[in-house]
Write a protein that binds this ligand. Structure first.
Ligand SMILES: C[S@@+](CC[C@H](N)C(=O)[O-])C[C@H]1O[C@@H](n2cnc3c(N)ncnc32)[C@H](O)[C@@H]1O
Length: 298
């Protein structure tokens, strides 16, 4: 029987790749955060490397369900993962397309149900809500794990016959988020919330924003119809944070609209950070860039 290791679920995303550069940028500014506020936490690629408490949020309810179960109900998540592995992962570590499609549909249903329903810590103690959150988290992991594996399996340097588990060699382990609840609000509501407002009064707080990229026009990990992401509103908020002397840092895709919003502004700095990723074969490994934007106080 295949088994999973919930203590080391996969980290999907590229933020871990530039995490050292983000940390270096914090240090260069003399910012030594004691806590991070993160409105678009995703899988927490950067924040999980810092080892400080994170007040996190992501509008995707499956993402918040995953983080919260992992932090506060890890035994349930482990049970759910083991159950999934026992039922659906074959001896070669593969999930059948049909199974994947069924989980994908369940994920979609979960998201539609919870998208505008703020989840609270109390839900983690209520058995019915727990079960529902568990479905969302497991289906999300199934989807991520599936994409992650196909990405690797399509590449010749990966031995397709070798069995991988979620704790296997192709995955990276996730650190914890300081045992703070991860909310599932819109970024606007999250930043206005009492818990964030209180955190912002503490000079040790840094806000890290890794919003939806220009051009993707929606939620990162899923495709339900949502209103287009409001990049202008986010820029106005960043500007207001600078005006209030609140430390913030942002990563964005390196593209003309982002330069237009953040380049040449007296209240922030923008620079490119380069990283390389992709197949581990040097001739095809691509160098990519992102923008690193940071507050300037006047
Ligand atoms: C670029 S990803 C963040 C990736 C993350 N830094 C990581 O390491 O995985 C952007 C995230 O914003 C979330 N999101 C999209 N629209 C949002 C909104 N209106 N409010 C809050 N979160 C949102 C998406 O679900 C997605 O997880």
């Amino acid at each position: 029987m295949a088994s999973s290791d919930c203590a080391s679920p996969p980290y999907i995303g590229k933020k871990a790749t530039i995490a050292p550069q983000l940390s270096a940028a914090l240090a260069a500014r003399g910012w030594t955060p004691t806590q991070l506020v993160e409105p678009f936490i995703g899988m927490g690629g950067f924040s999980r490397t810092l080892g400080i408490p994170v007040i996190g949020n992501d509008a995707d309810p499956a993402i918040s369900a995953f983080h919260n179960l992992r932090q506060f109900r890890s035994e349930l998540l482990k049970m759910g993962c083991d159950d999934f592995f026992a039922k659906y992962v074959d001896a070669d570590g593969r999930v059948e397309p049909h199974t994947f499609a069924v989980h994908e549909a369940a994920l979609q249903q979960f998201r539609e149900k919870f998208i505008n329903t703020p989840v609270s810590p109390a839900h983690l103690n209520d058995p019915a809500s727990q079960a529902s959150l568990l479905t969302g988290a497991i289906c999300l992991l199934t989807k991520l794990q599936w994409s992650f594996r196909s990405a690797f399996w399509n590449h010749r340097s990966i031995d397709k016959t070798k069995k991988h588990s979620w704790s296997g060699g192709i995955t990276k382990t996730m650190g914890d988020l300081g045992y703070n609840f991860v909310w599932n609000l819109s970024w606007e509501d999250f930043l206005k919330s009492e818990i964030v407002q209180r955190a912002l009064r503490d000079s040790g707080t840094v806000v890290y924003m890794d919003p939806v990229y220009f051009g993707t026009n929606g939620y990162y990990y899923y495709s339900i119809k949502v209103k287009p992401f409001d990049h202008d509103a986010l820029q106005a908020t960043a500007r207001a944070l600078s005006a209030a002397n609140i430390k913030w840092m942002m990563s964005y895709n390196d593209c003309a609209p982002a330069w237009k919003l953040y380049g040449d502004q007296p209240w922030c700095t923008v620079r490119r950070v380069c990283y390389s990723r992709g197949p581990l074969v040097t001739s095809t490994r691509k160098v990519e860039s992102e923008l690193l934007i940071m507050a300037v106080f006047q």
